[in-house]
Ligand binder design. Structure first.
Ligand SMILES: Nc1ncnc2c1ncn2[C@@H]1O[C@H](COP(=O)(O)OP(=O)(O)OP(=O)(O)O)[C@@H](O)[C@H]1O
Length: 626
């Protein structure tokens, strides 16, 4: 019966993934059943969608089903569906390669530690290959709906690096996955075990999952074939009333939808009635997928119209910065033949998108009441959420309320929200101060914080790359301006101001300015410093180091900039400088003053070798004196 049998090698990434999966997911092995049932359910969804245009595809078998059967003699468990099926080319592509960009890098990050890798693989989504956790050999029989019976295909592999494919006769459309169970997975030959696993993980699948009726209840038909019995509830979970759905059911549905095997952090299930009717069930995962930052990575929403699956990755329903949200939206009034292009400019879709965006932001706000869960959310998705400050001006304030930063009061990452900051600051403070730095250590030790410490003002410490960009867009929160602690002139009280004005005239300022020439934009007395002799300050409108790095990385031109050197005239070092008449020595020390201010910012002086020479001369002198 078979023709064109060929043996092919798996793509290298598949072999590696298979190996890792079998090793690290051993203790979670029942997930294979959920994954294969999810695939079968997706295949039924796809067929129903295609059949809207071409009813012929349903042949004489219009009702979707998923059938599970065990053969104790052969030691096999079969998961079959009458869904869309695959042709030979699709079988080779889908079951022999992985087409997600970044996969190689992701696999390289695996540690070899079983527990850690199991967690990591969750970021990938396990899918079909999980069959090999329980099966030493897997056969797949498939025929694509609409293809003739002689275009069936059989695929087989032991998961060790190669698979074979051949074209076969297959009257039944759809796919059957036959698992030849390993000795240590023979428990899945037990009907009861399979039923219990399905009921636990896949009860909510919207299509009937069938198993042969047990013999003792008269399961054999007259011709000796089995009668089938539905073992799940087979209703679309999102259509059921909220109060009837348990948390466990919500979580199981999430796992089915997302292929994640960790619970979701939270979810929001809503039915909106009226002219713009829709139901949404949106989940916030507990962990970011490995390709969160790949532009072409899939997004999480599935679109249904009247319970008929229309598309995956329905990106029109949520903005890019909420791309981590997974879920379902069922909009019964959209046309069934709706396409991605149509969705793009479709008024009702824009309205649903605005409403869903608000809904997710509210859900996240509520999650904020649970400190531990919110910390998990923030560590996984905080960076992505910050994109929203620039991308979504309409919801800027709501997104800002969700931001978290370390601060001078609490340096844990994600410790302080803007509301908490303002509450602590009290009414007399109408600004939110922040400091940008490459890392937390540099931020905490920055000389710019000295005056804030002295005055007891909290400063947010922004150390992520997007922070400068984000702070620029945010501008203010609840009427309080965001002020960069290292930029421009600081607001001062009357007394400080008068002293600074007087200091400007100090001859030392003029001499430093002359010595440093065009290395700096200006030298001026500071009101920021208490313990340090000098620091660098950027003008209000100048690009900071993070923006420079971002532009450079994107290959964009970066304008030249010169810092302003602020000096602490009350510092003993500056007092000593005042007394130095000899011009070469003065210049040398002025240069060092600038160099150390650069170093304190985490930057390199323009000529590090010259800095080293100056330091060495100073050390030498010091050594000579002692
Ligand atoms: N029962 C099936 N019927 C038809 N096609 C299937 C079936 N099972 C798998 N496939 C095809 O094989 C592809 C790969 O399956 P796999 O489970 O590995 O990944 P996925 O479901 O696309 O992604 P993920 O599991 O990460 O969400 C599917 O996208 C689908 O096209």
């Amino acid at each position: 019966m078979s023709q064109d049998r060929e043996t092919r090698g798996f793509q290298a990434e598949v072999s590696r993934l298979l190996h890792l999966m079998v090793h690290s997911l051993y203790s979670n092995r029942e997930i294979f059943l959920r994954e294969l049932i999810s695939n079968a359910s997706d295949a039924c969804d796809k067929l129903r969608f295609r059949a809207l245009d071409d009813a012929e595809l349903l042949e004489n078998d219009p009702e979707p089903w998923i059938r599970l059967s065990v053969d104790k003699d052969e030691g096999t468990l079969t998961i079959a569906d009458n869904g869309i099926g695959m042709n030979r080319e699709e079988v080779v592509d889908n079951l022999g390669t992985i087409a997600r960009s970044g996969t190689e890098k992701f696999l390289a990050s695996m540690t070899g530690d079983r527990r850690k890798d199991a967690q990591l693989i969750g970021q990938f989504g396990v899918g079909f290959y999980s069959a090999f956790i329980v099966a030493g050999r897997v056969e797949v029989f498939s025929r694509r709906a609409g293809d003739p019976a002689d275009q069936g295909v059989r695929w087989e592999s032991d998961g060790e690096g190669e698979f074979t494919v051949e074209t076969i006769e297959r009257p039944q459309r759809g796919t059957a996955v036959v698992l030849h169970l390993r000795d240590d997975a023979k428990e899945f030959l037990d009907d009861q075990k399979v039923r219990a696993t399905v009921q636990q993980y896949s009860d909510h699948v919207a299509f009937p999952i069938l198993m042969p009726t047990p013999a003792e209840t008269g399961g054999e038909g007259e011709d000796g074939t089995s009668e089938w019995q539905t073992i799940n509830s087979a209703t679309a979970l999102w259509q059921r009333p909220r109060q009837e759905i348990s948390d466990e059911e919500y979580q199981n549905f999430y796992r089915h939808l997302s292929h994640d095997f960790q619970d979701a952090l939270t979810w929001s299930h809503n039915k909106v009635e009226g002219a713009l009717e829709y139901t949404s069930l949106l989940y916030v995962p507990a962990r970011a997928p490995f390709d969160l930052y790949h532009r072409e990575a899939s997004r999480g929403l599935k679109l249904y119209v009247q319970r008929v699956f229309i598309m995956d990755d329905a990106e029109q329903f949520l903005p890019l910065y909420l791309r981590f949200v997974k879920g379902v939206i069922d909009a019964p009034n959209l046309p069934l033949n709706v396409s991605r292009e149509l969705l793009q400019d479709y008024g009702p879709v824009r309205k649903i998108r605005a409403a869903l965006t608000k809904r997710v932001l509210q859900t996240l706000k509520k999650l904020g009441n649970d400190e531990e869960k919110y910390a998990t959310f923030w560590s996984q998705f905080g960076e992505v959420l910050k994109e929203g400050i620039g991308e979504d001006p309409d919801n800027r304030e709501a997104i800002a309320a969700l931001l978290r930063f370390p601060s001078t009061e609490d340096v844990r990452p994600g410790a302080v929200g803007l509301d908490q900051y303002l509450e602590r600051a009290g009414e007399k403070q109408d600004k939110i101060y922040y400091l940008l730095a490459d890392n937390l250590n540099a931020a905490r030790n920055s000389p710019h914080l000295e005056v804030f410490r002295k005055k007891g003002i909290e400063v947010l410490l922004l150390t992520e790359r997007v922070d400068e960009w984000m702070a620029g867009y945010l501008g203010e929160y609840k009427g309080c301006k965001l002020v960069n602690a290292a930029r421009g002139q600081l607001d001062m009280d009357q007394e400080d101001q008068e002293r600074a004005d007087q200091d400007k005239q100090a001859p030392l300022i003029g001499r430093l300015s002359d010595s440093l020439g065009d290395q700096v934009a200006e030298v001026r007395p500071t009101s920021r410093l208490v313990d340090s002799p000098a620091c660098l300050v950027l003008a209000e409108d100048e690009l900071g180091p993070q923006m420079r790095m971002m532009l450079e990385a994107a290959g964009q031109p970066v304008p030249d900039s010169k810092p302003t050197l602020e000096v602490n005239l009350a510092h003993p070092l500056l007092k000593r400088l005042e007394g130095i008449e000899e011009s070469a020595t003065f210049t040398e020390l002025a240069e060092l003053l600038l160099d150390q201010a650069l170093l304190a910012e985490g930057q390199l002086p323009s000529d590090p070798a010259a800095t080293a020479r100056r330091l060495n001369r100073l050390l030498q002198e010091r050594a000579d004196q002692s």
